[in-house]
Design a protein around this ligand. Structure first.
Ligand code: FAD
Length: 532
């Protein structure tokens, strides 16, 4: 039976296209307000730009320089909310800004900037900025034990190691409130009657079946694909987006603390963040006009980052780079250099994107996703003419945070459960229950990692895990390890095969497909520039 068979002829209040963090957030907010919602994602939830981010929840020190105080304040408020509703996924992270050599201007600039950052987050629970002497900075990170260190500024933001799971938990909660959600399904057409939207046609890319559903509102939350999806659905292209590529390099561990650095090439702000025993350094910001799904880090992108941080990591070399990430920002089109374009989002109903009832979301950040979803859902309610129901997402914990264990309970649980808690929050208990019922599922997928077989089964049964890459990259953090989870690929494919009835050949195809995904993250070894 087709996955879409239950959809044909159904009526929804709203259909959301695009299962990135913003579309998933909109689906959740709308479902929590009692609307009848369908969410469709062409690939996997959270696999687009959401997966390519620096993975921090931040107001953005850089946006202060652009005097974008409204954006910084919005994001700092949202940072606080996310720390509260998803504490298992969003955690405080202290950044150090080291000062080397004779620089005087930078410390002065940072004093002003961080004072402003603290003022704009006056209602935060995170600690305020502090200043470290040279000796304190050297104590903080072995990497900073350098003769020329003059001191460091320190401030808090938050990390989100798996924005993909944040997107997924929004989907799962939307479903818990009667939403329908499909990955590997795309929007192929919309219908309208006298300029008013009436329905949408959806194609299941796993079985190539289609279904038509009726709806008065469609939200185009396809991020960097907004223009091309608009063109496909309405035959217009408003060229509303400025799309820029951003990459990270992932290297062996270089530093112990998250660092803010300034490019020696052009002064841009970069991050060097320790993550799962490795260091992620990025990002770039260069105009990009190709298909966002094909964005890759080229040799010149990687060399730019290496040259940018050469004074801080003099030994870092191209050969050290294990792999890269690459994604495309969708910025509201404005002239100026790439880095000077505001990250503030815009929401448009109807023209110039299509009939009224087609709501398009332009721009935005992961940090602000919940607030953007609230704004869009308010608009959906107005468009449907339903009495305004307040959004509940600022106060309702995501599923993994519904019954958080106390620190003492967490301590008692043992290493495996603590590892699972860091991914699933309180749903770790459900994964453990599977492992306890079947010994094979209690074993690690490889001696290299803590992740166990039960997670694969749980992913397939409860978390829309359709392809091997979904599991390795987006249901777990195996994809962020030094071999990107390759050592677990065979065991995970076998368990997915058992659940999904895959033949041995299909299992091998999935493994080969994942191999190609890894190769794409290492394309910089052969692709010199964007025109190669
Ligand atoms: C390098 C980089 C670093 C960043 N770092 C941060 C950071 O640290 N913190 C932060 O807050 N923000 C960060 N951002 C910004 C943030 O990642 C994005 O703003 C956010 O992820 C956008 O989410 P989205 O849902 O709009 O888009 P996406 O995540 O791209 O989702 C759009 C989805 O639409 C789907 N789609 C496309 N066409 C169709 C169709 N026809 N039918 C169905 N589905 C379709 C795509 O497959 C995709 O999954 C960063 C961005 C970049 C590029």
């Amino acid at each position: 039976m087709s996955r879409l068979s239950g959809l044909e002829g159904e009526h929804f209040d709203v259909v959301v296209i695009g299962g990135g963090i913003i579309g998933c957030g909109i689906a959740r907010d709308a479902a929590l307000r009692g609307l009848r919602v369908a969410l469709i994602e062409r690939r996997d939830f959270g696999s687009g730009t959401t997966a390519a981010s620096t993975r921090i929840v931040h107001g953005g020190l850089r946006y202060l320089e652009m005097f974008d105080f409204r954006l910084v304040r919005l994001d700092l408020k949202e940072r606080e909310i996310l720390l509260r509703i998803a504490p298992h996924l969003v955690r405080p992270l202290e950044f150090l800004i080291p000062f080397f050599g004779g620089t005087r201007l930078l410390p002065l600039k940072m004093r002003t900037g961080l004072a402003l950052y603290d003022a704009l987050s006056f209602d935060k629970t995170l600690p305020s900025r502090r200043w470290l002497s040279a000796a304190r900075a050297q104590e903080a990170d072995v990497f900073l034990r350098r003769a020329d260190i003059r001191g460091a500024a320190a401030y808090y933001d938050a990390r989100i190691d798996s924005p993909e799971r944040l997107a997924l938990e929004n989907v799962l909660d939307a479903q818990a409130h009667q939403a329908h959600a499909f990955n590997y399904c795309e929007a192929v057409a919309i219908s309208n009657d006298g300029g008013r939207l009436t329905g949408i046609r959806v194609r299941d890319l796993t079985g190539l079946t289609e279904a038509s559903v009726s709806t008065r509102v469609v939200v185009n939350a396809t991020g960097a694909w907004v223009d091309s999806v608009t063109a496909r659905l309405t035959s217009r292209n408003p060229h509303a987006l400025r799309t820029t590529k951003g990459i990270h390099i992932v290297c062996p561990p270089m530093n112990e603390r998250a660092l803010v650095l300034f490019s020696k090439v052009d002064g841009r702000l970069l991050f060097a963040i320790p993550r799962r025993g490795l260091t992620w350094i990025g990002t770039t910001d260069t105009d990009y006009s190709g298909d966002p799904a094909k964005a890759r880090a080229t040799r010149s992108d990687v060399e730019y980052i290496i040259r940018s941080v050469r004074d801080v990591f003099p030994a870092l070399d191209l050969a050290d780079v294990l792999y890269t990430t690459a994604g495309v920002r969708a910025l509201v089109k404005r002239p100026g250099s790439e880095s000077s374009v505001s990250r503030m989002h815009r929401v448009v109903d109807g023209e110039p994107f299509g009939p009224s009832g087609l709501i398009s979301v332009l721009g935005g950040k992961i940090t602000a996703y919940r607030a953007i979803a609230e704004e869009v859902t308010d608009l959906i309610c107005r468009r449907l003419g339903v009495p305004k129901r307040p959004s509940a997402t600022a106060t309702t914990p995501l599923p993994g945070a519904l019954t958080p264990p106390t620190p003492a309970q967490k301590q008692d649980k043992g290493e495996l459960l603590r590892h699972l808690y860091d991914l699933y929050g309180c749903d770790a208990q459900k994964v453990m229950a599977l492992a306890e019922a079947e010994t094979e599922l209690h074993s690690p997928l490889s001696p290299k990692y803590k992740d166990i077989g039960a997670q694969v089964v749980y992913g397939v049964r409860n978390e829309h895990c359709v392809r091997l890459g979904d599991f390795l990259r987006r249901r777990t953090l195996l994809g962020a390890s030094d071999d990107q989870g390759w050592d677990a690929a065979e065991a995970a494919a076998a368990l997915m095969g058992r659940e999904l009835n895959w033949s041995a050949r299909r299992q091998q195809e999935e493994i080969a497909r994942y191999g190609r995904e890894i190769a794409a993250t290492q394309a910089f070894r052969t692709v010199r520039s964007a025109t190669d």
